[in-house]
Design a binder for this molecule. Structure first.
Ligand code: NOJ
Length: 531
């Protein structure tokens, strides 16, 4: 079976608000993003996921939708959105948007109608309680801010259910009218020409007493209905699941190839950082051995960072504690069960670590996605609230506001600290330097995309020689397609390591790294073509 487009693509996560402000109001917008599409294209990516761009009070940065079919006025108009999609398509880039179906904003007219009138048809669009005591086995996700999944609404005279902020009431998926509404939303955006959705928070659609209200069979039934709707109407589109769960709980989100095309692989992500810090490949091997095979026509989505905190929900409590100590020594670097820092900052702005981790992640099985700004090694601002410290304006050049905006005040300030400030870290400064983060990103992505084995080849861990078997610091695996085989070798430490037996120092390395004295350099990464 030939690979489907999303199985071979590289994705780019775009935060429109942060990218380029064409109107001068301090917020990025679609017309600005159009100006910067050539930058995205130049990286060698194939598809853009845009974070929520809908009308919203922005209490959860757009994951609180007040109107599903309107563009947030800060970001432009529906015409601007359409122009963006067309301009992306002209460059051979696909576009997927965020489908936030679990909850809406309390400002949405459905909730306003529901709370004001018990007899309104919208009342049953939400989940109500007289006591706020039901579903007590359900965890709280936004632990830093919420103490309950129920909030009492004075106007309604009842409690309503919410898995995220109390300003985000959950929709009631036991009500078929809600599903019909979501189909209309899907149709609206698909008919504007987009290529699919990243579906937000999908494990939480249905609640049942006596369960933890996650991953329920009834939830999967709803998601299968969504997939059927997509297949019938938009068979080339992709549906991507955001389900922060263990591999065995993730597998059902693929169904028998009849639910999601792609699921984020949440558990592998923190383990890549863990392995690099500990100089020990074991966590990577364990989680991949624990990852079940997936149906034909589907894929994992792999990532190093995104717009949220680096979540540590999918590691054991003692590992979480260790990761916090290692990667988030200051309390403000921690958030909920995670770490609110950017990639380059997590890696001490050490290009060797950055290259090693990226080369590792880009050679694992899965569809990779990179987060805007990480292609130039942008830093973060831990003094901003919530997750905004990793959502600051894109740094284009060393002029005012990093070339992002001409406004006096931008939605959040541009990073201007000594190490990561826009004066040093920006696209223009990196453009002509072959060793810059920017050009290394381009090199890695393009090299990967030229190799069928890396795009879709079979994956196998290898022990090359006794040294490598004993040596936890060296991670080795092969990727094999019908045409070729590639041996991927990584040194997870800052010490030189012996070159594994069987690896010729003369082997052709797609990553063009030099090997001196038959030794792997600190944080070495190699993609050797096997004869
Ligand atoms: C997951 C999103 O990635 C996150 O940013 C958001 O806050 C929650 N879902 C709630 O929508």
């Amino acid at each position: 079976m030939a690979a489907r487009w999303y199985q071979e693509a590289v994705f780019y996560e775009l935060y429109v608000r942060a990218f380029r402000d064409s109107s001068g109001d301090g917020n990025g917008d679609f017309l600005g993003a159009i100006e910067k599409l050539d930058h995205i294209k130049s990286l060698g990516v194939d598809c853009i996921w845009i974070m929520p761009h809908y009308a919203s009070p922005l209490k959860d940065d757009g994951y609180d939708i007040a109107d599903y079919t309107a563009v947030h006025p800060n970001y432009g108009t529906l015409e601007d959105f359409k122009a963006f999609v067309d301009a992306a398509h002209e460059r051979g880039l696909r576009v997927v948007t965020d489908l936030v179906m679990n909850h809406i904003s309390d400002q949405h007219p459905w909730f306003q109608a529901a709370r004001q009138n018990k007899n309104s048809p919208y009342r049953d669009y939400f989940v109500w309680s007289n006591t706020g005591t039901e579903y007590a086995d359900t965890r709280i996700i936004f632990l830093d801010d919420e103490t309950s999944n129920w909030t009492y609404d004075e106007v309604a005279g009842q409690y309503f259910w919410h898995r995220f902020y109390s300003s985000q009431p959950d929709l009631n998926y036991d009500n078929p009218a809600v599903i019909a509404e979501i189909f209309a939303v899907i149709r609206f955006w698909m008919d504007l020409g987009i290529d699919g959705f990243r579906a937000d928070a999908v494990p939480y659609l249905i609640e049942r007493e006596g369960t933890n209200c996650e991953n329920l069979p009834e939830t999967h039934e709803i998601l299968k209905q969504v997939r059927r709707f997509m297949d019938e109407n938009y068979p080339d589109a992709v549906l991507i699941a955001e389900a922060n769960q263990w591999p065995h709980d993730l597998l059902p989100y693929f169904g028998d190839g009849d639910e999601f095309h792609v699921c984020f692989h949440f558990p592998i992500m923190p383990r890549l950082y863990q392995a690099l810090k500990a100089g020990d490949k074991t966590p990577i091997i364990d989680i991949l051995n624990d990852t079940p095979p997936i149906p034909p026509g589907t894929n994992w989505m792999t990532f190093l960072r995104n717009h949220d905190e680096l979540t540590l929900e999918m590691v054991a409590p003692e590992v979480r504690q260790w990761m916090w100590e290692q990667y988030a020594p200051e309390p403000r670097m921690r958030q909920n069960l995670g770490i609110r820092r950017r990639l380059a900052a997590l890696l001490d702005n050490d290009k060797r670590k950055w290259f090693c981790l990226n080369a590792m992640f880009l050679s694992l099985p899965g569809t990779p996605i990179i987060y805007y700004g990480d292609e130039i090694g942008m830093g973060d601002n831990i003094w901003l609230p919530d997750r905004h410290g990793c959502r600051t304006p894109m740094q284009w050049n060393d002029t005012k506001n990093a070339g992002f905006s001409t406004a006096v005040k931008t939605y959040y300030p541009v990073i201007d600290d000594e190490l990561f400030g826009y004066q040093q870290v920006n696209v223009a400064a990196q453009e002509n330097n072959p060793d810059s983060y920017l050009n290394l990103t381009r090199f890695l992505l393009k090299t990967r995309q030229h190799q069928s084995a890396l795009r879709h080849g079979a994956f196998e861990f290898v022990d090359v020689g006794n040294d490598a078997k004993k040596n936890k610091a060296i991670l080795i695996f092969t990727r094999k397609s019908e045409e070729q085989a590639i041996l991927c070798v990584f040194n997870l430490t800052d010490q030189v390591q012996p070159l594994p037996t069987g690896v010729s120092p003369k082997a052709f390395d797609l990553l063009k790294q030099t090997i001196i004295n038959n030794q792997l350099a600190p944080f070495a990464a190699h993609w050797f073509i096997l004869e």
